[in-house]
Design a protein. Structure first.
Length: 76
């Protein structure tokens, strides 16, 4: 059975990536991502709490305008 043996110069890609990660950048980067996520969640919550009113009079007038703008087929 041929099993690959790793010497000092042969490492897996995962081992190289894990060894090359900067430990100093990890904590500030995590803090920035957490701050972005919290800001986004707060923005969505704030938008959901706002009240809005649909202009019911404008909707009814819009419907009557559309009906009045339709061409009359009986005169053709």
């Amino acid at each position: 059975m041929n099993t690959p043996t790793y010497t000092e110069h042969e490492e897996s890609t995962y081992a190289l990536l894990m060894r090359s990660q900067e430990e100093e950048r990890s904590l500030p980067e995590t803090a920035v991502y957490l701050l972005l996520i919290l800001t986004m969640a707060f923005s969505v919550w704030q938008t959901a709490q706002q009240r809005f009113q649909l202009p019911s009079i404008g909707l009814l007038q819009g419907a009557s305008i559309v009906q009045a703008a339709e061409p009359n087929n009986s005169s053709a």
